[in-house]
Design a protein around this ligand. Structure first.
Ligand code: CAO
Length: 574
């Protein structure tokens, strides 16, 4: 079997591009034309395809590596290489020998048609030679009517399934008309923009078969990035050149989410707003798995797109509304910089979405919070003893799981919810839905923001199983890997700040639930036992409840009962 080195083909004037995605691994069988890696410059990203089919034997590049024409990407054992050695060799040697092709020597139709008058007047900007690409989609318009554009300034971004690129203006002028809209597909020579030109612009225009003019319109220096079509991988550079400016002084920036063309295409097909997807790849790059997981979260109702959040936002606005619709006085506008140095930062996507939800819940639910304390001295002693036993078992080679107070709290809450079913309900118009299942959500603090995974059927599970599941779910939450199913269906939520500190707080109900328990850090306190003050470990509880469904007396009873259970856990069995 012949081993074939697959090299980076002609990438035009780009000296070095960064490897931003590895799409295959050792052992993978790849087809001819299959994308192997994605590389990126500041204006274009492109996938490098395999020129031949085979099995990946060795990867020669890593994420973040800088590569250029001729860099060996990987070594393939060519499928059927024995039978077609010459063809395989041809690929290798051609790639090695291929010179960098800067100018698109193929006959180029007009990139920009000459205006009637060279002094001023309308200039038709057309799609330049984009190599072998056909029907590329316009995915971003970077200018609007009335904008003044400079030579080389990017006008729009187009994208195929293998490369995305910005279309620069070869002329300066004012945008009079934009002939394409988002989603349109374009081809070489298509009219995209009409500019009101200037004298400079007139010298920048191209006419058919003046490919050289495209290389240096008005003294500017676009470069021609060879694309990644199979033809190109087999070294047919002249036919596959794409015009991409090295930089666009004063021009629009790319502004696209960090993702490869195929991922962007995938997101478009699903209607996923890529700028709302958090990337897990190198330098936050968005992968196909990220798009899938975002889609699952939206479908499962765990997250909302910003558009949906804005649509459902209460009149007062998500986090930035001025409350005018509620008849409130305007939100104070202050020039903070007047008082000292400041830094402005956009809120994260999760904060924006959860902000809108919290605002709705805070405004719409007549919520009351009851505070109480539970004596967990004995329970804590039991928990510590249990964990010591587990430690011993683990040290002698056995298995075991560490339990925290939260697992006991979940179990205790289930008992209280069974006794006071209105806390395990939801409002539906004029009806109250009493749930006969006990799915308990717990707030988890993650680098991405607050997430609420759910322990399903907590009534049917023991403390060890709950602890195990909690550990797994909390880890998934921190890794951003919770599935929508794992975050939905809660009938009651616990928010524990016990590992951090504090005394009491007023948690906001997670609608459509009707109550939430907040828990803070337990501490030793002197408690009067009728004869003397004795040191007891007291756990602060804060129960917020929806007054439309629950009465104050029921809330007080719920807390008292919960504290009783935590005080003597045997009561769970009663
Ligand atoms: N009192 C005293 N100590 C407590 C305690 C309490 N109520 N609850 C937990 N602890 C201790 C644990 O025993 C553990 O101590 P050791 O390491 O010595 O054993 C330590 O605090 C850390 O516990 P933990 O936080 O890792 O575990 P947990 O089961 O209590 O909580 C989780 C898990 C995921 C809920 C928690 O890590 C978390 O994210 N909490 C924040 C939730 C939050 O942000 N709520 C606010 C929502 S409203 O904006």
């Amino acid at each position: 079997m012949a081993l074939i080195e697959v090299q980076v083909p002609d990438i035009g004037d780009l000296d070095e591009v960064a490897v931003i995605e590895l799409m295959v691994k050792v052992g993978d069988t790849v087809k001819a034309e299959q994308s192997l890696i994605t590389v990126e410059s500041d204006k274009a990203s492109m996938e490098i395809p395999s020129s031949t089919a085979g099995v990946v034997k060795e990867l020669r590049v890593a994420l973040g590596d800088k590569v250029k024409q001729g860099t060996v990407v990987l070594v393939l054992e060519a499928a059927g290489a024995d039978s077609v050695p010459n063809q395989a060799e041809a690929h290798v040697s051609t790639a090695q020998a291929a010179p960098v092709s800067v100018a698109p020597v193929a006959p180029a139709p007009a990139a920009v048609a000459a205006p009637a008058s060279a002094e001023s007047g309308p200039i038709e900007v057309r799609i330049p030679d984009i190599g072998d690409f056909k029907d590329v989609a316009v995915i971003e318009l970077l200018v609007k009517v009335g904008d003044t554009v400079k030579v080389e300034q990017s006008l729009m971004t187009v994208e195929s399934d293998k490369a995305s690129m910005e279309i620069p203006s070869a002329a300066a002028g004012v945008v009079k008309e934009i002939k394409v809209k988002l989603g349109d597909t374009v081809n070489i020579g298509d009219l995209v923009v009409i500019l009101e030109g200037s004298a400079v612009a007139a010298t920048a225009v191209l006419v058919p078969n003046q490919a050289e003019a495209l290389v240096k319109p008005a003294g500017a220096a676009p470069i021609f990035v060879a694309t990644t079509t199979p033809a190109m991988a087999a070294a047919a550079p002249a036919a596959t050149a794409v015009s991409v400016p090295t930089h666009a002084p004063g021009g629009a920036t790319l502004g696209l989410p960090h993702a490869s063309p195929s991922v962007r295409k995938f997101a478009r097909e699903l209607g996923v707003p890529l700028n709302e997807v958090k990337g897990s790849g190198l330098k936050g790059r968005i992968t196909e798995a990220d798009v899938q997981s975002f889609t699952r979260s939206v479908m499962g109702g765990a997250v909302q797109t910003l558009a949906a959040a804005a649509q459902h936002k209460p009149a007062a606005g998500g986090s930035g509304g001025d409350g005018a619709a509620l008849g409130l006085i305007p939100w104070p506008k202050v020039d903070f910089a007047k008082f000292g140095p400041i830094e402005r930062k956009e809120m994260s996507r999760i904060k924006k979405i959860s902000g809108a939800n919290l605002l709705r819940n805070a405004i719409m639910i007549p919520a009351v919070t009851n505070h109480d304390d539970a004596d967990i001295t004995d329970l804590e002693a039991f928990r510590v003893a249990t964990n010591l036993e587990t430690d011993k078992a683990v040290k002698s080679g056995g298995a075991g799981v560490k339990v925290t107070m939260l697992a006991f709290l979940i179990k205790a809450c289930v008992a209280a919810l069974k006794k006071y079913p209105e806390f395990n309900s939801s409002l539906d118009g004029d009806s109250i839905i009493y749930k006969q299942y006990f799915h308990i959500g717990f707030a988890a603090d993650t680098p991405n923001g607050l997430m609420v995974p759910v322990i399903k059927d907590a009534d049917k599970k023991g403390i060890f199983q709950i602890s195990t599941e909690m550990g797994e779910l909390a880890k998934k939450a921190r890794d951003g890997k919770l599935s929508p199913a794992e975050m939905s269906g809660a009938s009651f939520t616990i928010s524990s700040l016990g590992g951090i500190g504090g005394r009491y707080f007023t948690p906001i109900i997670n609608a459509p639930e009707v109550a939430i328990l907040g828990v803070c850090k337990s501490q030793m306190e002197p408690v009067w036992d009728g004869k003397a003050f004795v040191p007891r470990l007291m756990l602060p509880l804060s129960l917020t409840w929806d007054h439309r469904v629950i009465d104050g007396a029921a809330a007080a009873r719920f807390n008292v009962y919960l504290a009783q259970i935590l005080g003597d856990f045997r009561r769970v069995m009663l």
